[in-house]
Write a protein that binds this ligand. Sequence first.
Ligand SMILES: Cc1cc2nc3c(=O)[nH]c(=O)nc-3n(C[C@H](O)[C@H](O)[C@H](O)COP(=O)(O)OP(=O)(O)OC[C@H]3O[C@@H](n4cnc5c(N)ncnc54)[C@H](O)[C@@H]3O)c2cc1C
Ligand code: SF4
Length: 479
Amino acid sequence: MQAVPSEYLAIDRKERANKPFFDLDLRPVRDRMGDFDDVVIEFSPERAMSEAARCVHCPDPAPCMLACPAHNDIPSAMWLIEQGKFLEAAQLYHKTSSLPETCGRVCPHEQLCQGSCVDNKTQEPVLTGELEAFAVDFERRTAGHVIPLGSPTGKRVALIGAGPASLGCADVLVQQGHEVTIFEAKPAPGGLLLYGIPNFKLPKAVWFEKWEEFERAGVKFVPNFYVGRDKSIDQLLDEGFDAVFLGVGSEIDAKMERTPGTDLPGVYEATDFLIRGNVARNLLPENMQQPLEIGSRVVVVGGGDTASDCLRTALRLGAAEVTCVYRRTEHEMPGGKKDRRMAREEGAKYRFLTQPVRFIAGEDGRLAAVECIEMALGEPDASGRRRPVPVPDSNFSVACDTAILALGYWPDPIISKTTPELETHDWGLITVADKETGATSRPGVFSAGDCVTGPDLVVTAMVGGRKAALAIDEYLKQR
Ligand SMILES: Cc1cc2nc3c(=O)[nH]c(=O)nc-3n(C[C@H](O)[C@H](O)[C@H](O)COP(=O)(O)OP(=O)(O)OC[C@H]3O[C@@H](n4cnc5c(N)ncnc54)[C@H](O)[C@@H]3O)c2cc1C
Ligand code: SF4
């Protein structure tokens, strides 16, 4: 239910719907190519108030609330922002979201809250994502946010992996009074917020401040701890943890099987490339300390958001010619249009209906070219998209110094291999009885996020973690 009920607002909805729209202000391309700073220029208070005043306040429940996986009370937040009550708006977001400063920036808004805004019928949607980030940033810079803690219960919960799923779970668990320890394989927490999404989309400083917020709430992070190798789930339970949450993500890069040359120097997997290209050296895992060598011509293979992130990272690292090759057409591309538009503005080129068949070494043994074949679209496959089929005798070569494979992700099998009776399905995704609880086949072991759904979104992982926390709380009360 909305905190500010729409039906009591004495507003002229027609006048609001006809207010002029001004899109997000972006830094000029020549400026943003010189650094990894945020591309979006944040709203001033006046700009935020006038943008929020475009909301027509649909009847409760508003379509934007329903489309938001966290069901944020967006119309009420819009009303508060319009009145200049930014701190009150931020408080509303904290009620339903553990990462509003992040989701406001990185959600695919055009498919979620903004995509469902009724203003789409007449003109452009209210920029609800940017307004969410604005309100929470304002709070952070002025009053600060403190996670409210519940009375201590004496129960201890181990969370495995420190990405959005575990962060959502930790946020709710400490508010119920439980003690939370997060074991993370990498040198720092954040999951893909730190070791994936580039700084120009999500400034690392935003995550670092959030990390401090969790630490102030007593959440204990244990870095460089790879569960399954350093300790098993059963050992953690034997050592006195009352429940375990698995938020280990789905981070193993998909391989280009049966394609020769993927092991050549100059061919990178997307995760390795993005981590080494975007993360400060002191936070890099030991096996990723070698600087990238990217040369001037880069080919990125894939069509998702990760491919866009790789293209834009390569351009910022100084590559002169950056080309995305994708085996279907732009119409079938899974990645968001906004990221692709920005990649194009920044100089990325696209070759559709193109499939690499071989990576070719030069005389020095490093990558020198990618041999490709043209594709045509055949009948739809299981995903409903038309299957790409090779066009005979259409092979050609693209000269390049670097190739980046952004083909998708699989879960790491270590947890399922080392946890007896933990059920998994479809290439290792963790089976849960019900997505509302995240209960796995092992009593006391819960899970959510990409390791349950496959690669998805920050907001869906965070919401899954929050729901699992409520189920863990119920489980602990019954023990
Ligand atoms: C390059 C890239 C860009 C993206 N951009 C966006 C975007 O713009 N917007 C959006 O909404 N989503 C985006 N996503 C998707 C989003 O980041 C994920 O859906 C989200 O982070 C999933 O959260 P998670 O907590 O399930 O997993 P993760 O964020 O992957 O976190 C899992 C954590 O578990 C740790 N871990 C794994 N195994 C173990 C173990 N055995 N022991 C201890 N720790 C372990 C990992 O090191 C990792 O830190 C992007 C993904 C990628 C790869
Ligand atoms: S969490 Fe994402 S979908 Fe929900 S309101 Fe915020 S930006 Fe929109």
